[in-house]
Structures are given as C-alpha cells and as structure tokens.
Design a protein around this ligand. Sequence first.
Ligand SMILES: Cc1cc2nc3c(=O)[nH]c(=O)nc-3n(C[C@H](O)[C@H](O)[C@H](O)COP(=O)(O)O)c2cc1C
Length: 198
Amino acid sequence: MNPEQPPSSLSPLLASRRSPWSFDTDAEVGDRALAAVLEAARWSASSGNTQPWRFLVGRRGDAVFEKIYGTLRPRNRTWAGGAGVLLLTVYDLGGDRPLRHAQYDVGQAVAHLSIQAGHEGLVVHQMAGFDPDAAREAFGIPAGFVPCTVVALGHLGDPGSLPEDLAARQARPRTRRPLAETAFTEWGVPLDLDRPPG
Ligand SMILES: Cc1cc2nc3c(=O)[nH]c(=O)nc-3n(C[C@H](O)[C@H](O)[C@H](O)COP(=O)(O)O)c2cc1C
C-alpha cells in the first residue's frame, strides 16, 4: 500500500480526521463540546432506529476515567491517559429480539461522534485494545449488553511527549487499500471510475 493523502474531494472534516496518540494534557474538553459529540452519536442512523449504543463517559481526573483507563491494554495505557475524555462504548444485544446490526450501529455512532469532534477542534482515537470482561465488572454492565470499544477524545497534543515509537508512528504517512481493490461491479472486478487525480 502506498502512503497517500486523502483526496481533495473529501469534506475537510473527513480529510483531516486521523487517530493521533498525542493529547494535550493541559486542555480540557468542555461540557458544550462533549454534549455536541454525544449528540452527534445520538442522532446517527441505526437499524430500525433501535439505537443500541450506550456510552460510559469519564473525564480525566475522575473515577469513571480511571476505571475505563484501568481496562486498557498496556500498549494503549502508554498514551490514552492524556485524553481529556475516555468513553467506553457498549451495545445492546436486543434480548428476545436480537439486534443483528448492533455492532455496526455503534461503529456508525462513533464515526459521527468523531466527525463532530473534528468540528469542535477535538481529536478521537478509538481502541479495541481493552479488556471487555474487566469493563463489564468495573461498571456492572448487565448481561445482554456488550462492551465494544474505548474512545479517547481530547485536544491534539505535541507528539514530542510520546514514547519514541509512537511519535514515529504518528509522523508516518497513512496508507489505504486502493479503491480499485475495494469497490467492485462483480466480485474482484473494480468499479471503473473516470475521475481526476488527487
Ligand atoms: C475499532 C477500532 C479499534 C482500534 N483499536 C486501536 C487500539 O487498540 N490502539 C490503537 O492505538 N489504535 C487503535 N485503532 C486505530 C486504528 O489503528 C486507526 O484508525 C487506523 O490505523 C487508521 O488510522 P487513522 O484513524 O489515523 O486513519 C482502532 C480503530 C478502530 C476503528
């Protein structure tokens, strides 16, 4: 995969979104911005409008943040403590009427949250690297609900504050599989698009 920039056709909020590791530990996430990103998630689409997502929200320095932080894999602990907010995302399995798309829906809600975060001047870094059983235990999450991801939210910080390997990763150009290997007309047959470069 070749390193590349997102094309200029992307909305600036989408083009500038990325998952940085460095957070500004001096800057707090204000109530207004936090409410805005949570509203963005709340107003995203879901299968049958079932809204299977739930969020446990911790702010740096409070007990909820510490509990979420305590479930992270060691690698993620090296940087995620700098975020202003840690969110534990959870989805509802739906009980007697299973929600087959619950995981899809929670992902989409977080995608909306991430774009709203960009609008608020904030950055987001999602994590699968946490212990869902520990999260269930820490928050008494009932059967029928599943801890899904942890989301770090905050202000972008100086990469100089990161461990060397993460600073190098953050500086590295991003890569994506080409569109021709992603969008097909028949399986494996690329969609033929006439489009200007960039
Ligand atoms: C569901 C999910 C889980 C992820 N888990 C981790 C993680 O545990 N630790 C980490 O550093 N990054 C994690 N990431 C970030 C991805 O590595 C990142 O989104 C990907 O490399 C693309 O980079 P970009 O978001 O900057 O475009 C995760 C992203 C998603 C969507």
